[in-house]
Design a protein around this ligand. Structure first.
Ligand SMILES: Nc1nc2c(ncn2[C@@H]2O[C@H](COP(=O)(O)OP(=O)(O)O)[C@@H](O)[C@H]2O)c(=O)[nH]1
Ligand SMILES: [Mg+2]
Length: 358
């Protein structure tokens, strides 16, 4: 019987190759920048990652992904109209055109579980003209005007405005459509992009309360945390308990993260996101109604932005650490390109310092 050697001697060329491989892998891992995306549900984490695909990845989504997004867009549109129809009734707002009531069941017949399973194209094409018609009714418009009283994604306006194009049989979602599409994240996903020869690993997690217990699994070896805040949501409550103000919830998550000992060497960058929605909202939703401690001009989006930013800044126990933040609009590719370039440089600088200290 011929015995195979159980281990090789150091001079063995095979061992040398393996050792070299391990060394290379270690070096690669050390070089790799690991970025964790954190923030409450709906703050824009997944949208930011889609932008990375557009800016630093393939530039577009695969045919398979696009098909999945298309079904999800149909789902987003139907479920938004279901929410509006339900809210109109609860608010008791009379139809502009009473005959529209006859079509309500044609939208309401899509149950939550139908929507979970996905909407097929034929069913969507059939219901789309009815949805478009509802959107024209002043009762639905007034209901949407009171949207802070219920839970609806504001991306629905974009979809209603483009519903004709989206109900064409050959409809193929554009990158912009995909950026507006909402699907709550329920698993942890990782994506690596090579940016100017440095590998960046992005980790996207679910943001809702039930998802947050999974966060700690991702806390080791993080180079930087991008913390997303839906800054426009100062007049809204969270989906999970329908009581807590969304900015208050977000600030309290940030407080736990920013003061966590695991992150003493991690640069945390705050993204005050949804700036486009905040700018549009400030003149019609008085911030003082939700934050009695507001000082400044309540009609000025800038003052509101700075007031909210200050709440996050103050939640840091160690105020000597530099504080990085950006006012962002995650659906705007140019904005994210600029902002991320800035972050990339500061992350690399910071990382270099940490590597040199080791
Ligand atoms: N108008 C606007 N919509 C945004 C912005 N960022 C995210 N959204 C939308 O908000 C919804 C939730 O975003 P998503 O990235 O899924 O949030 P996540 O739960 O943090 O991953 C999606 O429909 C996005 O299109 C923004 O800056 N402006
Ligand atoms: Mg997400």
């Amino acid at each position: 019987m011929k015995l195979l050697p159980c281990c090789s001697t150091p001079s063995d060329p095979q061992t040398k190759t393996i050792e070299l491989e391990i060394k290379k892998e270690r070096k690669n891992l050390r070089r790799q920048v690991k970025i964790l995306l954190l923030g409450a549900g709906g703050s824009g984490k997944t949208t930011f990652l889609k932008q990375m695909v557009i800016i630093h990845g393939a530039g577009e989504f695969t045919a398979d992904e696009v098909r999945q997004y298309r079904a999800q867009i149909y789902q987003n549109i139907i479920s938004a109209m279901r929410i509006l129809l339900d809210a109109r009734q609860k608010l008791g707002l009379p139809w502009e055109n009473e005959s529209r009531q006859n079509n309500v069941d044609l939208v309401m017949r899509f149950t939550a579980s139908d929507l979970m399973r996905g909407v097929d194209q034929a069913a969507f094409i059939e219901v789309a003209p009815i949805i478009r018609d509802f959107w024209r009714d002043s009762a639905i418009q007034r209901t949407y005007g009171q949207r802070n009283l219920f839970q609806i994604s504001e991306s629905c306006v974009y979809f209603f405005d483009h519903i004709n194009r989206m109900s064409m049989p050959d409809y193929y979602p554009t990158n912009k459509d995909i950026l507006y599409c909402r699907k709550a994240t329920r698993t942890i996903t990782e994506h690596v992009f090579e940016i100017q020869r440095v590998p960046f690993r992005f980790i996207d997690v679910g943001g809702q309360r039930s998802q947050r217990q999974k966060w700690f699994q991702c806390f080791s070896d993080i180079t930087s945390i991008l913390f997303m805040v839906a800054s426009s949501e100062y007049d809204q409550v969270i989906l999970e308990d329908r009581r807590t103000n969304r900015v208050v919830e977000s600030r309290s998550i940030f407080e736990t993260i920013v003061n966590n000992k695991s992150f003493v060497n991690t640069s945390i960058i705050l993204f005050m996101n949804k700036s486009d929605l905040l700018i549009e909202k400030v003149p019609r939703a008085d911030v003082r109604q939700y934050f009695t401690d507001f000082t400044g001009d309540h009609m000025s989006p800038r003052d509101v932005q700075l007031f909210l930013l200050d709440k996050f800044e103050k939640s840091r126990r160690d105020r000597t650490v530099p504080f990085f933040y950006h006012f962002t609009t995650a659906i705007d590719t140019d904005n994210i390109r600029r902002v991320f370039e800035d972050c990339r440089q500061s992350i690399l600088e910071q990382n270099l310092k940490t590597l040199m200290m080791q």
